[in-house]
Ligand binder design. Structure first.
Ligand SMILES: [Zn+2]
Length: 266
């Protein structure tokens, strides 16, 4: 399913990184009987352009403000956007893959954007917030406040079934890593792309359907991984895992000042 008339461009923007190990991030990795090894884990968000229109998938977060897992800052989101010539106030839509800190930390910058999020994600995290159960979670109150602000301003769109949220951009709710993660299929100008974000952090997970160590529901995570396999077969799409440093080896850099952080993936 190609989209010869699509004008959508997808740019992956790296804002942080860290080195981790396969045995740390893949659930029950020892069971596979394979050697351990380092993984270059990148922290990214994605710019989707349609001519003058600018949309985002996720926003990154302020790494120096809090050490979660030893992430190293590369380029803060506002500075990365500036290198790409993007004013946050010109962003018309932000799709949030899910509500973990590393995906919605800068949501408050995009006060003119429609925010597209999973209904299940909203229900789960706002329930925990209401019940004062966010302690020890990967989601924080200040980030949820930004979601709430979008809601109060009539800018929040909650998704509970596969939905084309913009011509050529379809989101699919999948559980597992989080209850309401959104998988995004984009008919880019270079062909269809499945942006798995944290439904599959690394290529090994896509190729082998290996679960990640962090999940809210292991069976739903397995279902999400097999859904990625099925959607790939159905659409002929290229899969872009959310945190894999090797994505940057497979696609060209954006020419100019953003080349060190920005990669054209679609
Ligand atoms: Zn993540």
């Amino acid at each position: 399913m190609s989209a010869p008339d699509s004008n959508l461009e997808i740019i992956q923007v790296k804002y942080g990184e860290r080195i981790t190990q396969k045995s740390v991030v893949f659930h029950n990795y020892a069971d596979y009987g394979q050697p351990d090894g380092d993984l270059h884990m990148e922290y990214n968000f994605w710019v989707i352009r349609d001519g003058e229109k600018v949309m985002l998938l996720d926003t990154g977060y302020d790494i120096p403000a809090r050490d979660w897992l030893g992430e190293q800052p590369v380029k803060a989101t506002p500075d990365g956007l500036a290198l790409l010539g993007i004013d946050p106030l010109d962003v018309s839509m932000v799709i949030t893959s899910h509500f973990h800190y590393d995906h919605i930390g800068y949501l408050g910058l995009f006060t003119n954007a429609q925010v597209v999020s999973g209904q299940m994600e909203y229900d789960y995290w706002f329930g925990k917030w209401r019940d004062d159960q966010l302690e020890g979670e990967f989601t924080i109150e200040s980030d949820l406040r930004n979601v709430k602000q979008a809601e109060d301003e009539g800018r929040l769109r909650l998704i509970s079934e596969p939905t084309e949220v913009y011509p050529g951009i379809t989101v699919y709710p999948v559980g597992g890593h989080c209850p309401g993660e959104l998988l995004t299929l984009i008919q880019s100008r270079s062909g269809p792309r499945i942006m798995t974000v944290d439904a599959a952090h690394f290529y090994e997970q896509v190729e082998n359907e290996w679960p990640f160590f962090a999940f809210t529901d292991l069976e739903e995570m397995r279902q999400a991984l097999s859904f990625i396999t099925k959607l790939t077969a159905d659409t002929g799409a290229t899969v872009i895992p959310g945190h894999d440093g090797r994505v940057r080896d497979r696609f060209p850099q954006v020419p100019g000042p953003a080349s060190e952080i920005a990669t054209v993936v679609g």
